[in-house]
Ligand binder design. Structure first.
Ligand code: URA
Length: 425
């Protein structure tokens, strides 16, 4: 059945519920180029302002899945479980997590993205490893899941193409921050990927899309319901993103920090979140009995990482790129570090060259921010708080301003914040 795009826009503008047929039509016609970008941007804005019912979100998601292919991962011959994070600063968890979970005979099919704005992208991080290939054919992807268990690569253009177009449009029309649009965007890709189970890491705080716990909880509930409706067992952890995860924010330095975790070390918060997500994934894959902590300590997770890197053409022993310029940020007074604002640190790393402003921009593998201190730690005047790294000296000054503004020192320690704030299942 045919519709006029303007009628669909008017219906949502006036707060009406879109019919299943209207949703199927608008997604199909937009993917085919028959609904214009300006019409879809008006509709996205109407959805952002007026919301959608649960039934509308479910249909919208199903239509986005149906716009492309759905992968068949049965060739992996292992239970499959994936993890998706809504994006944060210093969020390198996929790197230690995927091989860790795979070391227990589970397949982790990670189709990941690139960074945009202040949040980093897993593919950009892995490409800091010399030789690492993120473009795999479906046959290579499934073969690697069977042989190695973990594979992290770029999603093919055939997966949820409606979302690919719509996400790029939302990015430039101020329509990213809508729970129905975020939930359907993430879940259409994850359901199309063909995983049996999914663990979501929904970030809350200055460095995340969701700045408060209530909206993060609503996003989590919406996504958990969408997963269940499509036969994908889904649980969500709500986790803090007020402060960057770990000490490293940047592509190559996040790989180095992940390798420390796989070697049984690394920052406590990165280890805690990696283990919390690994336990959820292993339980969802039918292995609640195993101990992921032991696999970090005894080297089996590291073996699995090395096998994954090699399978994708990377050299796990090659040195990571070093930055040409380094600048230290020192404490201007004695006291307790009270904030290291995730958003500000993310912007500083981005300005230093770790991230991109437009999709087609290159990123630097060596640029970023290495924190030397975290909130709650005592410092003396002149102590090093953080280190800024860049390839291009012209990037240092603007990044430095942002980094300095992200750090505050006070007389008293800030209240301790738990890392895992809630669980939705
Ligand atoms: N990530 C996505 O894939 N889609 C969104 O809408 C937001 C974050």
């Amino acid at each position: 059945m045919g519709f006029a795009a303007v009628d669909v826009i008017r219906a949502k503008r006036d707060g009406r519920v879109l019919s299943d047929a209207a949703i199927d039509w608008v997604i199909g016609a937009y993917t085919a180029g028959e609904v214009a970008e300006e019409q879809m941007s008006a509709l996205a804005m109407a959805i952002l302002l007026n919301g959608m019912t649960g039934a509308e979100i479910a249909r919208w998601t199903a239509a986005m899945i149906a716009s492309g292919e759905r992968l068949d991962l049965s060739g992996a011959r292992r239970p499959t479980v994936d993890k998706h994070s809504t994006g944060g600063v210093g969020d390198k968890i996929t790197l230690p997590l995927a091989p860790l979970v795979a070391s227990f005979g589970v397949a982790v099919p990670q189709l990941s993205g690139r960074g945009l704005g202040h949040t980093g992208g897993t593919l950009d991080k892995l490409e800091a490893i010399p030789g690492f290939r993120v473009r795999l054919s479906t046959a290579e992807f499934v073969g690697q899941l069977r042989e190695v268990g973990a594979s992290v690569c770029a999603a093919s253009d055939a997966l949820a193409p409606a979302d690919r177009k719509l996400y790029a449009l939302r990015d430039v029309t101020g329509t990213v921050e809508s729970i129905p649009l975020i939930a359907s965007s993430i879940m259409s890709k994850k359901i199309a990927e063909g995983t049996d189970a999914l663990v979501l890491d929904v970030k809350v705080g200055s460095g995340a899309f969701m700045k408060d716990l209530d909206s993060a909880r609503e996003l989590a509930r919406t996504m958990v319901e969408l997963g269940g409706a499509h036969g994908v067992r889904t649980v969500a952890l709500l986790t803090d993103m007020a402060t960057p995860l770990g000490l490293a924010v940047g592509n190559g330095i996040e790989v180095a920090e992940s390798v420390q975790v796989l070697a049984g070390g690394g920052p406590a918060d990165v280890v805690e979140l990696t283990l919390a997500l690994a336990r959820e994934m292993l339980a969802a894959a039918g292995r609640p009995d195993v101990d992921p902590e032991a696999a970090l300590a005894n080297g089996t997770a590291m073996d699995s990482w090395r096998a994954m890197v090699r399978a994708q053409g990377g050299d796990p022993d090659a040195p990571l790129p070093a930055a040409a310029e380094t600048e230290l940020v020192r404490a201007e007074r004695a006291g307790v570090v009270s904030t290291m604002d995730a958003y500000g640190v993310g912007i500083a790393a981005w300005r230093a060259g770790a991230g991109r402003a437009r999709k087609e921009d290159p990123v630097s593998a060596a640029a970023g921010v290495l924190l030397h201190r975290k909130p709650g730690e005592w410092v003396e005047r002149g102590d090093v708080l953080a280190e800024l790294r860049a390839d291009d000296p012209a990037r240092i000054a603007p990044a430095l301003d942002e980094l300095r503004g992200a750090i505050t020192i006070a007389d008293e320690a800030p209240p301790r914040r738990p890392l895992v704030l809630d669980r939705v299942s």
